[in-house]
Design a binder for this molecule. Structure first.
Ligand code: HEM
Length: 195
């Protein structure tokens, strides 16, 4: 999904090498599970207390405790720890899991600002780890927005060849697929195949 990754880097302003610098250090070993629990708890306290109803409502169907656990288990797993998330929830499949939600640029900005405040509030997270995590979050957030925009076209475009705003910026939409460069994303499975 190279062209999608490139687009996400463009939108987030984070180079791919910086986005995945989380893999250079084992942040789970460095920070410990409790730090991830504290981070996700602080983050979701901010989200559920957000003064903006439009943002709070995105999370309205999730119980806060579940959202906290889902998130810290994913973070711990992705940052070098045991596969807590996958053992309980299966493949992370973040694109598919975010599909029911309106992950817009505006929502991503708000998500990221809560996360920055949470990272700054939790003690024990050194500056280097914070930078690495924020770069990763920025990149993934942009990726989710990008996929939200592409998949948002599905109902309009699936089963017919129809050009749309996205088709000019992201690729060609054709018979339920978006085609860009030498790659094709199948809307139904959100899997990328080389063509
Ligand atoms: C860009 C803005 C984002 C929005 C609006 C958003 C929204 C949501 C919502 C509403 C949920 C459901 C809560 C739950 O029941 O767990 C969720 C789940 C989740 N999100 Fe996000 N999210 C965003 C960005 C991110 C990013 C950047 C990451 C990872 C770096 C992420 C990782 C997750 C994970 C791991 C789950 C749990 C999925 C599950 O267990 O089903 N999200 N998100």
């Amino acid at each position: 999904m190279q062209w999608l990754q490139q687009k996400a880097s463009e939108w987030s302003g984070v180079k791919q090498s910086d986005a995945f610098a989380i893999d250079e250090t084992n942040l789970f070993e460095k920070l410990g599970l409790q730090t991830f629990i504290n981070l996700s708890t602080d983050f979701y306290n901010r989200v559920y207390d957000d003064e903006e109803e439009w943002f709070r409502s995105i999370f309205a169907n999730s119980k806060k405790e579940d959202a906290i656990r889902n998130q810290y288990e994913f973070f711990a797993q992705r940052m070098g720890g045991p596969p807590l998330f996958s053992q309980r929830r299966g493949h992370p499949a973040l694109i598919g899991r975010h599909r029911p939600f309106p992950v817009t640029h505006q929502a991503a900005e708000r998500w990221l600002s809560h996360m920055q405040l949470a990272l700054d509030s939790v003690t024990d997270i050194d500056t280097d780890s914070k930078t690495k995590m924020m770069n990763f979050f920025r990149h993934i957030a942009s990726f989710c927005v990008l996929m939200n925009e592409i998949i948002g076209q599905q109902d309009l475009c699936y089963g017919q060849s129809k050009m749309s705003k996205s088709s000019t910026t992201l690729g060609r939409i054709h018979w339920g697929h978006i085609v860009g460069g030498d790659q094709r994303v199948d809307f139904r499975t959100v899997k990328t195949v080389h063509i």
